[in-house]
Design a protein around this ligand. Sequence first.
Ligand code: I3S
Length: 128
Amino acid sequence: SSPESDGCTPELEKAGLLNKTKIAEGGRKLRKNWSPSWVVLVGNSLVFFKDPKSQTPSSWKPGNSRPESSVDLRGAKLHWANELSSKKNVFKLRTVTGNEFLLQSETDSLIREWYSTIQNVIDRLDRE
Ligand code: I3S
């Protein structure tokens, strides 16, 4: 079992680079637009930032570290979704508000860690 699932850590945290595309907004299908995203899991939210590698040194100012968007994980659903993409290691996150995201990594171990860490947060919120 992962250290995150030992029940002693109230605030799960994780950050890293994943490929991301939003595929639905409020239940309405969107056109895919994959791009690298810096993803941060903090508290009950998954927060998306612009890919730090695509930023210039001068863009590293406090005002520019605003998230692009953020997802409330309460009531969210997570599913492996390799059938929704030609890419490997894809999962789908659906929020209660009907927003859907695909997240992907070329690295198997990395995407599995993200999947289980997010699922742990969803499960914890379900129990509250
Ligand atoms: O599910 P789709 O429509 O095959 O998704 C592909 C398209 O979104 C494509 O862009 P165009 O809308 O310009 O054709 C993207 O470049 C591809 O990455 C999408 O497919 P994958 O299999 O990469 O999720």
